[in-house]
Design a protein around this ligand. Structure first.
Ligand SMILES: Cc1cc2nc3c(=O)[nH]c(=O)nc-3n(C[C@H](O)[C@H](O)[C@H](O)COP(=O)(O)O)c2cc1C
Length: 186
């Protein structure tokens, strides 16, 4: 089985859910995917045993997490030798217009420039509004942002915007383009 590393950073859980779904999709397709939270102690113990890697995380206040940047810097020497894909999760990516596409792509480019990561594939995925997990102030701030960005403003429920079919296509296209079908490997 072709081993794939999926490393993510997540604050409220949506990027974690996306990383877990990616592992499920890859598992069903015959790959072996290991999922690591870059903020966990396991992140510094990751070994260079993977044939490919998928890295990604969510955007907060315009930026990806520093923990994700640190992980990239730590693991980059060996990851330069394998195909790497990158995914970015944000509310901006939920906007169905050019401004949304441009904004989410800009935040992703900023992270790639900051870390020097050169993924062979990259994708921006819509995240979620988890009002149930925010504290009082965060709920109000996020509702204001949601109003501006066209997201849900009903504080009594959560909103999930992730296009799961797009996530599925992203991982399978990446895996098949750069590793081939795992079932062909002895
Ligand atoms: C405090 C806070 C700040 C955020 N800032 C941004 C932002 O600047 N741009 C954006 O597109 N989304 C922003 N978001 C939306 C998150 O990217 C979105 O909720 C995502 O699903 C969070 O993923 P996570 O649960 O994996 O952390 C913000 C969310 C929170 C709670």
């Amino acid at each position: 089985m072709i081993p794939v590393l999926i490393a993510y950073s997540s604050t409220e859980g949506q990027a974690r859910k996306i990383a877990g779904f990616m592992a499920e999709v890859l598992g069903e397709a015959g790959y072996r995917a290991d999922v690591v939270d870059v903020a966990s102690p396991q992140a510094s113990l990751v070994q260079p045993v993977y044939s490919m890697a998928i890295l990604g995380g969510s955007v907060h206040v315009g930026h990806h997490a520093d923990a994700l940047a640190r992980f990239v810097k730590l693991q980059q020497p060996w990851m330069r030798g394998i195909p790497v894909a990158f995914f970015s999760v944000s509310l901006t990516a939920a906007r169905q217009d050019e401004a949304g596409r441009a904004g989410s792509a800009r935040m992703m480019r900023e992270f790639l420039a900051r870390t020097g990561l050169e993924p062979v594939r990259s994708g921006c995925f819509a995240g979620a509004l988890r009002y149930s997990r925010y504290g009082f102030l965060k709920r109000l701030v996020m509702r204001r942002i949601a109003r501006k960005e066209g997201g849900g403003t009903d504080l009594s429920r959560d909103f999930e915007y992730t296009d799961w079919q797009a996530v599925r296509r992203f991982v399978l296209e990446f895996a098949r383009s750069f590793a081939g079908s795992p079932r062909k490997v002895a």
